[in-house]
Each structure stands twice: as structure tokens, then as C-alpha cells.
Design a protein around this ligand. Sequence first.
Ligand code: 5CU
Length: 380
Amino acid sequence: MSDPLIVDIHTHVYPPAYIDMLRARNKVPYIHDPSDSGPPRLIILSSDDDSNIPLDQRGRPVDSSYSDIKVKLDFMDKHGIDCSVISLANPWLDFIGEEQASEWAQKINDDLESTCAQVNGAAASSNKISRLFAFGTLPLGATEQVAVADEVHRISTLPHIRGVIMGTTGRGHGLDDPELEAVWGALQDTQLMLFLHPHYGLPDEAFGGPEIVRRYGHVLPLALGFPLETTIAITRMYLSGVFDRFPKLRILLAHSGGTLPFLAGRIESCIVHERIFTVNGGSIPGPQRDIWDVLKTNIYLDAVTYGTAGLKAAVEAGGGSTDRLLFGTDHPFFPPLNEEEDQWTSVTTNYKAISASFGEDQDAVAAVLGGNAVRLLNLK
Ligand code: 5CU
């Protein structure tokens, strides 16, 4: 069998204009340039902006890998990645309100489109597939939800946009918000994939308070807060009947669905044992479709889980076939701590987990590494 195509569907960028905007801010999210000319600090998580930590050490260092597409292309070459579907990194445009939200969304989406066009135009014609595609971003803070839906329709006509990335708060009130109905409708009509990604984690109290969070750096917010945030968001969306009203939505969940594959049975069982949903005074029934049906029909999972147990649960939750699981790296997050390292451990760990989980079936490995992305996102 020839080498499989490798497609990275979980890989982020901050276009230079977005970096400049973060640099001009002094509250989360922002970039701080230390006085000692050390590397700039990216302070985007609420737990990053801790007044007990000196400003010059808050957050994490941010280098050109976050914004320079050439660095992304080098990273792809180094890790054997043929094609990447790039997306704006968190917290996207969540903090930008009203008319500025639409301006920024158009700017970022047009920038992503032209970056893909330029890179693909310059790439060797012998490549098996174009180098770059993108998930667009949405002006979720716009005054009217129709402005968000309009941007979905607009970007669906751009040649390299294959979906949109969205955080778990939607328009600020979670994904069961009626204010998102027009957005779900637009996504269903255009069949753009929605890449649902966490950013806010859980309140510090869930981990024992800020001191405990600080003690363990980013481990609690990223390892536990992010996946639980995703699980809560998609569960609220499901409970409110979004998948009954929009049965053709396509959603890609970050980090293999957080903990959804493991908890789906428990969610289903609790619904079956819940007599009345108190929404609207108890007159609204719970979801009509069972969660297993939604997992098999509407939901796709990335393979960014760093272990065989998570990957196997992801496949099992989707009905046992590997055709809903898609390789990703999370670049530029989780760079090696030792700069001498050639390949990133965060990436090789995922490659190894895919091989250890499905290695007996080379077709399954090829599907997860790239075949599924090519088919589902119509990559050429
Ligand atoms: O694990 C991840 O996906 C990330 C991410 O996307 N952004 C971030 O700030 N940290 C980790």
C-alpha cells in the first residue's frame, strides 16, 4: 500500500492582524511584551491573568509559529503532513461585539482564503493534494443572529473554506440558545462543518480554587477543563433538541469529543429517567433522537487524544467504524519544551496512538490519517 495521505484538521493560526489587535489590548485576551525583551507572552485563558504571577511570566511564550504560515508549512513537512485545514485559534472573535464583529470576521476569513490560495498556488504541482484549506470564523457577537448566518453563507462560496470553528459559548449563552437557530440553519443549508472547540474550561473552584490551578500550571485547565467544557456544550445543544430541528448538521468535536464518547450512555440513561424537562414550564419534551443516533449521524471526532483508550472510545461511540475520526495536531500549541527535538512529542504521540489502535487494519489507519478528511471536507 502506498503512503497514506496525511491531513491535519486541528491546526491553528493567529493572522498577523489578530496578533496586532491582541497586542493593543491589556485585558484577557492580550499579548504582553516583557520589558527585558524576552519572548512576548500570550495571555488568553482567564487563569493565565493571575496577579500573583509577574506579568512577564503570565500565560505562555508566543513566537512566529502562531502567525507565520511558512512556519506552519515547515512543521507540516517535518511531520509528513500533506494538507492542513487551518483555523483561527481561541478565543476567536468571542470578545468582539456588535458591528466590529462582522468586520473582523470578514477580515479574518478573507485573510484565511487568500493565504490558502497563495500557498496552494505556489506549491509543487506534483503534490497529491492542495496544501491548505481553512475553517472560517464567525461574528458571534454581532447584534443580530442574521449577521452570523450571512457570514456563513458568504464564506460557503469561498473556494478554500470548508467549515467554521466556534467556541462553546456561541453568542454568549451556550449552544442551546434560541439566538443560534439561524446559525444552525445556515450551517445545515451550506453543509459547512462546524468545528466545536473549547476555550473557557471550568471555574477554578471546580479544581479546588485558584491556588490549586496555579500550582499545576496549564494541566488542570487544558487536560480536564477543556474536554469537560466541550462535553457540557454539546450535551446542552443535544438536550435542547437542536439535532431534532437540524438533523443534517455536521459537527467536528475537538479532542475526540472531550468526554462525550465515555459519557454518552450515562447522558442517554439520565434522559430516559427524567420525567419532565423544565424548559418552558415543562412543556418541551427532551430530545427525540437518541444520542447514539446523533453520534453516528451528525458528529465527527478529531483524533487528538494522545492515547489508545480515548481513540477506541471515540470509534466505539460513533458506531464502531473508523470513518468518523480525523487526525489533528493542535499546532502551534504543545511545542516541545526541548528545542533540540526535531519532531514534536505531541504529534508523534498521536501518530503512535493511531497506529497502536488500528494498526492491524491499514485501511482504517489511512482513513483516520487523511482519507476521512478528504471525503468529508471535499479536499482536492
Ligand atoms: O489543546 C488545545 O486545543 C489548545 C488550544 O487550542 N488552545 C489553547 O490555548 N491551548 C490548548
